[in-house]
Every structure is written in structure tokens, then in C-alpha cells.
Design a protein around this ligand. Sequence first.
Ligand code: ADP
Ligand code: ZN
Length: 430
Amino acid sequence: MWNRELETISRKDLEALQTKKLKTAMEAAAKTTYYSGVFRENGIDPAKITTLDHLKDLPFATKNDLRLSYPDGMVAVPRSEIVRMHASSGTTGKSTVIFYTMNDINAWADLLARSMVATGTTRDDVFQNMMGYGLFTGGLGLHYGAERLGCMVIPSASGNSIRQIQLMQDFGTTVIHITPSYALHLVEEIRNRGIDPRGLKVKKAYLGAEPYSEATRDKIQDQWDMEAYNSYGLSELNGPGVAFDCAHRCGMHLWEDCYYMEVINPETGERLPEGEEGELVLTHLNREAMPMLRYRTRDLTRVIPEPCKCGRTHRRIERIKGRTDDMFIIGGVNVFPSQIETVLMDVPEVGNNYQIVLEREGGLDRIHIKVELRSEMFQGDLRDLDRLKKRIVEQLRSLIVVTARIELLEPGSLPPSTGKAVRVVDNRKI
Ligand code: ADP
Ligand code: ZN
């Protein structure tokens, strides 16, 4: 372990530590324009929030609050203390901006070194970081963590598949950091060049930045012949390193000495009992530059209350099902893209990319799913494709009441993704 004492701390001591840190977090928050306004408007005395339970009295912070307080309404330190800024990807609108002091950067790198060690990575590994560098937190976040751990880091960033392959071959990359959609695309590029991906030295991948299903993880592990670890984080709470799979890969440990978590009913905002699925709400317990209290992540998950076999006491969260705003309603039924992905990726003939297009024809919702198949599928009988189409429609039926129109495509037909994939195109004019 990277920090055995902290990672195996007893639940009681962990709670005491969180409570102690909460005090500092409240003091920092009171220095910001945003939180001082929130405290004033709600008649809250921050000095009176002394237990984790008191946090319930604070209103949630949302992405919109960050947007409104742009650029520096949430900053708690003088500009001279800030050493870096990042921004979110802007998947759901205008990007939000995050600031860090040197202590913040160090604490973040430490969490990532801890996460990487939890997966069994050591200083002997060669780590190729295929996430976007720059304002996006995915690149530099793991970069600093891997350096802290002592890996050799190849900062290859995302895209440019030919160069990625060359680097993996020439420098014997053992660990990669990549989005699941790019992992599926890159493995095809590798095979298209006549290289057997299973012959590369890559033994591990950290997959994150976008929702994906367990079936997709299996597919990636199988095609690359490696182990895939789920990595979760969001810019508003530093970036990656909020929660990470350990070697057992059975849910991600959320690093509770730095983040206090709540799971709420996204409609009512009420706290849910442990183990129920809802929206994750996070409080950063030790950020200097930009305190963050009760941030609504919009990500849906549940806490796995049972202790993990690895001995770490920090609770695990389940794979993120999607964002509350990813959900679409088709024919009156709520559907998450990840549910469709689970069905598709369980069909052995299905290849590595798909897209969901929503349309409205004559007042009715239609769903059109474009699916790439494995290349072998186009060498056989056309009637096989027809049968396959029917099978996919049938398997989707339990999920979506309207009949899906399925279009089967050859590999490489859909726009490839090198970063966060766009899975749903909604053409309905509502
Ligand atoms: P944006 O919110 O604009 O996409 P970020 O780059 O901060 O900006 O992305 C963070 C979001 O990415 C998370 O809130 C979550 O929705 C998604 N995400 C990150 N890691 C994972 C993961 N392992 N599984 C599912 N979703 C993830
Ligand atoms: Zn574990």
C-alpha cells in the first residue's frame, strides 16, 4: 500500500479525521465570495457546522453555481498562492474552472500514486498516458501521480494512434490510461496493422472519464489480454483519483480521508440509506484554493457497504451508471445509454463502436441504433445479418418499449473516439 495507515484506518478514526478536516474546509469556504453568500443567505454560521451530520443543513453546490461564480467566485486564496488551473471537458455545457495551490497539487498526486499502487503498479512499470493533456484533468492528473510513484511516464496524450502503437512497442509500455471508447478503437488500429495486441507488453489499463458497462470492460480485457481498472473522478473535485478499483476490481474505493460522500435521491435531494442507488454528492475535505461543499456530481451509483478483501477501509462505489442528465425518455420509458451498451456488448458478433440516434417521426419517438460488427460478420450469408438484427431488437425489448431500428455497420464506419465518446445524438425537436 502507498499509505497503509491511512488506507486501513478504522472507520471510527476515519470519521474523526473527516470531522477534523471539515472544520478547516468550512473556514476555507467562508473566505470565498460564493460560500460567504450561501452562508449569509441561509442564515448559516459556518463555525457551527462541526459534525458531518451538520453538513445536511448546507445547500448543494451545482455545476451551474460554478458557472455563475466564474472565474474566481469560489477561490479562497490570493492569486499568488495559485499554481495551476484546469477546466472540465464541457460535456454538458460551458466548462467549469478549477484552481490548485501547490499543496492541492501535491495532495492530488498523492491520491493518484495511492490509487495506482492499489492496482499493483510499481516504479518498474512503464506508464503511457493516452488521456488529453492541457486543461482536461485526466492527462496531468495521472501524470503527476505516476511520477510520484516513480513509474517511467510516456506523456503521449490522446489520439495519433500510429504513434501510440509505436511507443508501446518501442518502450515496452506495461500500463496505459485511456478512455474505454478509445481503448476499443485503438485495439482495432493495432490489429489493422497486422500486430497482435495480445503480444504487446501492456498488462493493465486505467479506464475512466466516461460511463461504460461491465460487458465493455470484459471486451477490452479480452481483446488486449490485460486487466482493466475503473478510475473515477471529476474536475470539480480535482479530477481522477476520487475513486479507483483496487486489485480485486469489485467496485472503486472512494478515498474518504479526502472526500466525504453522500448519496441522494436526485429528485428530492434527500439522503438515501447506505447501499441504495442515487446521485453521488461529494465534499472536498482538504482543498485550499477551491473549497467544495456538497457538490452534486450528477453521477449515479451506490455504495458497496461490505468490506473489501484488500483490507482498505475506504468504502467502495459501484460502476457509475451514467449521469442524471444522460438519461433519455423514449416512448415514456427512462433509459440510460449504459443499459443499451450492456445489451449490445453482450452480443458476441458486435464490434467496438455504436451510436444511439433519437428521432421523432409523426409525433412518435423512434430510436435508431447504429452498431459496428466484427469484420468476419460480413463474409458470410446476408441472411445471418438479418437474423442478428432481429436478435438484437429482441434483446433490447425488455429495456425499450418502442422497436429499435438497428443498422449493422462494418468496423470503422462510425466516427472514432479518442477522448470522451458521444454515444447519443438526439435529433428530436422538443
Ligand atoms: P465534464 O463534466 O464536462 O465531462 P470532467 O472532465 O470533469 O467534465 O468529467 C467528469 C465526469 O466524467 C464525471 O462526472 C462522470 O460523469 C464522468 N466519468 C469520469 N470517470 C468515470 C468512470 N470511471 N465511469 C463513468 N463515468 C465517469
Ligand atoms: Zn479493495
